[in-house]
Design a protein around this ligand. Structure first.
Ligand SMILES: *Cc1c(COP(=O)(O)O)cnc(C)c1O
Length: 395
């Protein structure tokens, strides 16, 4: 059996998105900045995609800026808010310990450039407390940036409450919604979101394309200098085929949202139930306030990487932590933030589902994972110590 269960890492493009892109590449090669008919045809296609993306987010089309992906959108949003804050003497930024590295590393860099950063803790459930956000806001706070949904443990943050607090306190609120858009309902105006990042390849669109939504009236600084594309805020000839493919994928995801959420979360809950049967295992992140497709477990006494390789041999493709950290030996900063000790955080498994997965696949995973975990524990010196009582079980 072949099972792709790493949809938080990236998704397979949908046929609708591929068709839209192929058609675009065949028929629309113009530069939207050109005044001739071929250029204007491209400009029309670009405008239509912008309107479709705006509609899917509950935004206006002139609040949509196309970027090269989620990372660029995060960088631009944070740097921009920091820069405009600094002009008014506000050099304090607030975020959480469980953000994606596109956010954390940008903040780290700004810290070296003289900004002060407060990284909020999350609870053992992987959720930030809005009261902590309120307490952290100061007179000189320029930005609160908190992700909509976590890419490792799938927890959904209380975005509505946080955004409301920021609105009352007149602090700009940005959310990295790369894992949320196309998977759970998002409406930027209704939810009082000032800036939001998304990425095409996380909802069956193409890679290398994303969006930064910026509410009208919120100033935006450009990261890339050059031509006047994106209303002067993001230079460079637009990647029209990718933009069109992303818009098509997003439209499709939003149209099927309720149906997919019900189907995927039923598979998620069955998978959680099945894997919970493994002794000395634990589900990471709140069981309900999580993305429909996210399952993240720790198994004591084993290494996540070994588990992944053996699962791959059985046709199951999963992840341990995020794609960006696998390959490094450091345990996930997210698992450490929810209070797991290093040795347990090393034995994590992330399975992220989409509507193409089937209940049969879920049963296969439920059968294979415990067998591989037992095999690895049998050859693990750490497990032996635990079993002999030389070391205490943590989970
Ligand atoms: C994937 C991801 C990103 C990065 O998006 P790219 O388009 O790959 O640059 C940022 N934030 C989160 C939460 C993600 O899951």
């Amino acid at each position: 059996m072949y099972i792709y269960a790493d949809n938080a890492g990236t998704t397979k493009m949908s046929p609708v998105a591929i068709d839209a892109m192929t058609k675009c590449m065949n028929e629309v090669f113009g530069n939207p900045s050109s005044l001739h008919s071929t250029g204007q045809r491209a400009a029309e296609v670009l405008q239509k995609a912008r309107e479709d993306v705006a509609e899917a987010l509950g935004a206006d089309f002139n609040e949509i800026y196309f970027t090269s992906g989620g990372s660029e959108a995060d960088n631009q949003a944070i740097r921009s808010a920091a820069l405009f804050g600094a002009k008014k003497g506000k050099k304090h930024l607030i975020s959480t310990k469980i953000e994606h590295h596109a956010v954390l590393h940008t903040l780290k860099k700004l810290e070296r450039e003289g900004f002060e950063v407060t990284l909020l803790d999350v609870g053992a459930d992987g959720i930030v407390d809005p009261a902590d956000v309120e307490k952290a806001i100061r007179e000189d706070t320029a930005l609160v940036t908190i992700m909509y949904a976590n890419n490792e443990i799938g927890t959904l943050q209380p975005i509505d409450e946080i955004a409301k607090i920021c609105k009352e306190k007149k602090v700009t609120f940005h959310t990295d919604a790369v894992q949320a858009v196309g998977h759970v309902p998002v409406n930027v105006h209704a939810q009082n979101i000032d800036m939001l990042s998304l990425s095409g390849h996380k909802f069956h669109g193409p890679k290398g394309i994303g969006v930064l939504y910026v509410r009208k009236g919120v100033p935006l600084f450009n990261l890339i200098e050059g031509g006047a594309q994106e209303r002067g805020r993001r230079a460079g000839t637009e990647n029209i085929p990718a933009i069109v493919g992303m818009a098509a994928a997003l439209k499709e995801a939003v149209a099927n949202l309720d149906e997919n959420m019900a189907k995927i979360s039923a598979m998620r809950d069955r998978l959680i139930e099945g894997l919970s049967q493994v002794e000395h295992s634990r589900l990471n992140g709140d069981a309900k306030k999580r993305l429909p497709g996210n399952v993240n477990f720790c198994f004591e006494g084993i290494e996540g990487e070994s588990l992944l390789l053996l699962l791959d041999e059985k046709g199951i493709e999963a992840s341990s932590g995020s794609a960006c950290t696998s390959g490094s030996l450091d345990p996930s900063h997210v698992l450490l933030a929810i209070g797991l000790p290093h040795e347990v955080a090393h034995g994590s498994l992330r399975l992220t589902l989409c509507e193409e997965n089937t209940p049969e696949q879920i049963e296969y995973i439920i059968k294979e994972v415990p067998e591989i975990v037992s095999y690895l524990r049998n050859i693990s010196p750490v497990w032996e110590e635990l079993e002999k009582g030389e070391k205490k079980h943590v989970i």
